[in-house]
Design a protein around this ligand. Structure first.
Ligand SMILES: [Zn+2]
Length: 290
């Protein structure tokens, strides 16, 4: 059984919840699970290099049997070895194939060449897409609200504001209808011109300004169209989140899934928690649906 020579074709960036694919490869793992690789899938896998959005939930349908997918992770192969979730290279590195590994407990009946239906749980997907869209918007709102604290010129975000999120992000976690971002405000950020000493006094106003901007965007509802743009349909290809905000279109590189618009939401709010001793700023973003 040879390893796939090309990337998995992925349809989740377009919002797909179901797909039909052919089994290309099976790999038993040390924990008793089996990684199932298909030529195409609607199932979003977690990317261990930047594990912001968790894997989808769902099943594989094989000959009328429903096989739960207990995890899904980006795998990488150089043609010799398949690395499941521990790729030594970043997703998209030339010379490697990047594949969605669907992890199952019982792979009986799943054989190379078999046709498999993929079914993604719609509620889990919707909650994670909601959390991810809110996370991006919150990062833009935070950049905007923190812009008065910059004393030097730095790279800017898609709205032309100093890119605090991009410069300070340490980790980002997408959760159902929410997200949690951790920023590091250390020596290098201060050197770039971030007035960290002013942050404690400014924090309440920053939170208020970010929430006011988010409220303006949410109020535009269906008028804020959101899509994923991509160079091609393979897992390793570059994708960008695009949102048509009232003030203009903004793009952010992104491998996840998103809402199609802000219609159906009643609020996106952030809470900021600053710990100067730990050089950290935590942003918790929550969404209320209408
Ligand atoms: Zn993203």
């Amino acid at each position: 059984m040879s390893l796939p020579a090309g990337d998995t074709v992925v349809t989740y960036p377009d919002g797909d919840l179901a797909s039909t694919g052919t089994v290309l490869h099976l790999q038993p793992l040390h924990d008793g699970l089996t990684a199932v690789i298909l030529d195409r899938t609607a199932f979003h896998p977690v990317d261990p290099v930047w594990p912001d959005q968790p894997a989808d939930a769902g099943v594989l349908l094989v000959d009328g049997r429903s096989v739960p997918v207990v995890g899904a992770v980006v795998g990488a192969t150089d043609g010799t070895t398949l690395h499941v979730g521990d790729a030594p290279v970043r997703t998209g590195t030339p010379g490697w194939a990047f594949v969605v590994c669907h992890l199952v407990e019982d792979a009986s009946g799943i054989v190379p060449g078999a046709i498999v239906e993929v079914e993604v749980d719609p509620e889990t997907r919707r909650a994670l897409s909601t959390g991810h869209t809110a996370c991006h918007l919150a990062s833009l709102a935070l950049d905007d609200a923190l812009s008065p604290l910059w004393t030097k010129e730095v790279p800017v975000d898609g709205r032309g504001e100093p890119a605090f999120d991009q410069l300070a992000i340490a980790s980002s976690r997408i959760l159902p209808d929410s997200s949690l971002d951790e920023y590091r405000i250390g020596k290098s950020l201060r050197k770039k011109g971030f007035a960290a000493a002013d942050l404690p006094a400014a924090l309440a106003g920053v939170t208020e300004a970010a929430n006011a901007l988010l409220a303006r965007w949410v109020a535009a509802g269906d008028g804020v169209a959101i899509a994923i743009e991509r160079d091609g349909d393979r897992l390793g290809e570059r994708r960008r989140w695009r949102a048509d905000l009232p003030e203009g279109t903004v793009k952010i590189p992104c491998g996840g899934t998103h809402l199609r618009s802000l219609g159906g939401l009643s609020a996106i709010r952030v809470e900021l928690d600053h710990d100067p001793a730990a050089y950290s700023l935590t942003m918790r973003t929550t969404v209320e649906r209408a």
